[in-house]
Design a protein around this ligand. Structure first.
Ligand SMILES: C[S@@+](CC[C@H](N)C(=O)[O-])C[C@H]1O[C@@H](n2cnc3c(N)ncnc32)[C@H](O)[C@@H]1O
Length: 228
């Protein structure tokens, strides 16, 4: 217990030294500790939305604590000083400096992961999250923390689901009524449109799996089923 508390304190201290920012707190830490203590083989994982790498650091540390060896995490982010889709259409000319928040940084994410000794476990992918498809991963776990608009969230879920099986743990951040720059986040709507059933952890994170996916019929399917 005390050791675990210290483990998080040390990561937070290392983040302070390297000027790593982010939104990860105690709830994130507890979530990852619990998920990776589940009796499951975690080999390939993905985090979509890295920013400076704080969640990624928490995930790596939780995996190590639970004796998961040889795991590989695809860590995807634009790592660009550009507006996020959930800042709204009228704010797309802004960048992170304009809103007084440090921009996402691949350099920073790499530095904290190196300092914590996880470089060989992390594959950084710089670009749109759809680039993950190029790696054809077999995901045991994925965590979505991108722009929180409806389209990005739905597209990210759909993409990750393609690389998942029945046992894959599917998760994401910011399931709630929050918002930013006058825009409401739409994670809640996206998750309930994609899954029949899901769990909410700490009033903040959603979790589901392939068995709970909604089958949404396309126009083509509807025409196929049409009888004269
Ligand atoms: C809320 S931050 C992620 C926070 C991060 N999980 C942490 O540990 O601090 C959202 C991130 O999503 C990234 N992002 C937004 N849209 C993206 C997209 N279409 N493809 C890849 N990354 C994207 C942004 O660059 C930003 O770093």
């Amino acid at each position: 217990m005390i050791l675990n508390f210290l483990r998080r304190k040390i990561i937070n201290l290392a983040c302070d030294v390297l000027n790593i920012k982010g939104w990860s707190g105690k709830k994130h830490w507890k979530l990852f500790q619990e998920v990776f203590s589940r009796k499951k083989k975690f080999k390939e994982l993905a985090i979509l939305g890295v920013y400076h790498g704080k969640d990624l650091s928490y995930i790596c540390s939780s995996l190590k604590k639970n004796n998961v060896k040889d795991f590989k995490i695809y860590a995807v982010d634009l790592f660009e000083n550009v507006a996020m889709a959930d800042w709204g259409p009228e704010n797309q000319h802004l960048n992170w400096n304009d809103i007084k928040i440090e921009p996402p940084s691949l350099k920073k994410a790499k530095s904290i992961i190196k300092l914590l000794g996880f470089s060989k476990n992390v594959i950084f992918i710089k670009g749109d999250f759809k680039k993950l498809a190029d790696y054809k991963p077999k995901l045991d776990f994925f965590y979505i923390d991108l722009s929180h608009d409806y389209k990005t969230t739905c597209d990210a879920i759909e993409l990750c689901v393609k690389f998942s099986d029945d046992e894959t743990i599917m998760m994401g951040d910011d399931y709630g009524d929050g918002g930013f720059l006058g825009q409401r986040w739409e994670v809640k709507k996206a998750v309930s449109d994609k899954f029949k059933d899901f769990k909410i952890h700490y009033n903040l994170f959603w979790e589901s799996n392939k068995k709970n996916l909604k089958i949404i019929s396309t126009k083509k399917d509807k025409l196929k089923n049409f009888t004269y």
